[in-house]
Design a protein around this ligand. Structure first.
Ligand SMILES: *Cc1c(COP(=O)(O)O)cnc(C)c1O
Length: 365
């Protein structure tokens, strides 16, 4: 066993299991079928399996880079010059989609909400009414900026039957929160290796409705981010990536998927994350900390806490916790002083009981 430097309570990269890290101790040939068929193809199949999707209707693309590369690649390969994209944002990751749209000179509308406000079905209806001709709609599911969970089930009802291509950034929720991709009518769902599947950073993946992805041929404005070309190569080459793939990371992800299955799948992982979140919030309340969001807006992925008083120093708090073996996240909200603690990864309710006991001792000491 390698000694853990600290428990990473950030929502990606996150704490991974010893066995996921150990899976990286071999080198793999990117041309060999042991890797392409035995690892990559199995990953592609399992991603559909855990999402409850049929290969005839949905498919997957794996792409080098972090999650943002996946979001950029998807927007850049799906929205044509004559299309019109609607983005409703309530945090940094929603706004990042608009930044991508600017880089690509996409025709888009950004509806920007407060960071503590949900993207409700009503807001989406109003935006669609006010901006006729929307062809694509893009939204974040779990807004890691605050820890807020947008109600995509209600949004799905609004979009149904309108023929709008629906893109969901489910980076920090896929694998940790059940999502009925087909039932909701999601066309492109983006996530990455180092979030709820509990792998290490290095690639992003897109679960796509096959017919929508097939329509993306020749649309991408970037060679390396062309998800259609990447997909075509993976299909034709039985798991072959176009350019050097992060072999060790991919092998670790293969192991992480196995561990997700062993845990009991997405539903079981979701229950553990909820228990982690509950242990955290209860322990923090006992130490005098309140959450930024009300419980009905809150995801079990990451939680924002308000500074307890004006004298609170995040830097000192962070350093003291790091010395005790826990690394947390600064806040990212514009109009409140907050910090964040993630509850995803190879972490358990006992870890949050230990963490909050340390915090209580620090506050009382
Ligand atoms: C992590 C994350 C991303 C991607 O961020 P990277 O730093 O590129 O990995 C995008 N959206 C959300 C909601 C995220 O949590």
């Amino acid at each position: 066993m390698t000694k853990r430097n600290y428990l990473l309570l950030t929502p990606g990269p996150l704490s991974t299991s010893e066995s996921v890290k150990r899976a990286m101790l071999q080198d793999w040939c990117t041309w060999d079928k042991d890797y392409n068929e035995g690892v990559v193809t199995v990953i592609r199949r399992k991603l559909l399996e855990i999402a409850g999707l049929d290969e005839k209707e949905y498919t997957t693309v794996l792409l080098q880079g972090s999650g943002t590369y996946g979001v950029e690649a998807t927007l850049g390969a799906t929205v044509r010059p004559e299309d019109k994209l609607l983005i409703v944002a309530n945090g940094a990751y929603g706004k990042r989609m608009a930044t991508i749209a600017d880089y690509y000179h996409l025709n888009y509308v950004l509806v920007s909400l407060k960071e503590t406000e949900l993207v409700t079905p009503e807001i989406v209806v109003r935006a669609l009414d006010e901006h006729p001709g929307i062809t694509h709609f893009s939204v974040v599911h779990s807004e890691t900026t605050t820890g807020l969970l947008n109600p995509i089930e209600g949004i799905a009802e609004v979009l149904r039957g309108r023929g709008i291509t629906w893109i969901v950034d489910a980076m920090s929720s896929f694998g940790g929160i059940p999502i009925d991709i087909r039932g909701l009518g999601i066309d492109f769902l983006i996530s990455s290796a180092n979030k709820c599947i509990q792998g290490v950073p290095g690639f992003t993946f897109i679960i796509a409705r096959r017919e929508k992805l097939e329509a993306c041929k020749g649309v991408a404005r970037s060679l390396s981010l062309d998800i259609y070309a990447q997909w075509e190569e993976m299909e034709r080459g039985h798991g072959k990536w176009r350019f050097t793939s992060p072999t060790h990371v991919v092998r670790a992800f293969f192991q992480a998927l196995k561990e997700l299955e062993e845990e009991g799948g997405i539903e079981a992982r979701y229950i553990r994350y909820c228990r982690n979140h509950r242990a955290l919030v209860e322990g923090m309340a006992a130490a005098g900390f309140r959450t930024l969001l009300s419980p009905e807006k809150q995801s079990p992925i990451i939680t924002s806490f308000l500074y307890p008083d004006a004298a609170f120093s995040f830097t000192e708090f962070y350093d003291a916790l790091k010395q005790r073996g826990f690394v947390i996240y600064p806040g990212k909200v514009s109009d409140a002083d907050t910090f964040r603690i993630g509850t995803i990864g190879d972490v358990y309710p006992e870890d949050f009981q230990r963490l909050t006991k340390e915090i209580r001792d620090m506050r009382e000491g």
